[in-house]
Write a protein that binds this ligand. Structure first.
Ligand code: ADP
Ligand code: MG
Length: 144
């Protein structure tokens, strides 16, 4: 398992890191995104979308499990499974077409659907460390 740690000191830097990943992402890749409320998951996701060439505004998919963006160089499937009650809801939306399709998947709260997560994926964790300043973020990416 390979682990890379990045440190950012502003939202712009976090967005730029996401953008770099979006620019080099390959179809079919899966990213999970973990971290507390307000840590920068949406900022990071907006960077990924920008890197994919998506011009549509990207926010958190609060009322739907998955938000689909089609106007980039590959489809972008942004999941937020926080409100999922039962894993069967994932079957109902046909998650396999997304997970094993030709787009980039980004899954927030992925721990709640651990049992159906593909083995091969990138786990992204964003953390604050207040001793390092209010805008400091440590972003760990584990390749599994
Ligand atoms: P989440 O989606 O994880 O709830 P958001 O991305 O919506 O969080 O919000 C992150 C907030 O933290 C924004 O207000 C952003 O400006 C601020 N922020 C401060 N420093 C950073 C940083 N280094 N990286 C990302 N966001 C930061
Ligand atoms: Mg968010």
């Amino acid at each position: 398992m390979k682990e890379t740690i990045y440190e950012t000191f502003s939202p712009e830097e976090t967005r730029a890191l996401g953008k770099k990943l979006g620019e080099t992402a390959q179809p079919g890749e899966i990213y999970t995104l973990n971290g507390d409320l307000g840590v920068g998951k949406t900022v990071f996701t907006q960077g990924i979308a920008e890197g994919l060439g998506i011009t549509e505004a990207v926010s958190s998919p609060t009322f739907t499990i998955v938000q689909v963006y089609e106007d980039g160089r590959m489809p972008f499937y942004h999941f937020d499974v926080y409100r999922i009650g039962d894993i069967e809801e994932m079957d109902e939306i046909g998650y396999e077409d997304y997970f094993y399709g030709d787009g980039l998947c980004m899954i927030e709260w992925a721990g709640l659907i651990e049992e159906i997560l593909p083995e091969k994926r990138h786990d992204v964790t964003i953390e604050k460390e207040l001793e390092r300043g209010f805008d400091y973020r440590r972003i760990t990416i584990r390749e599994r």
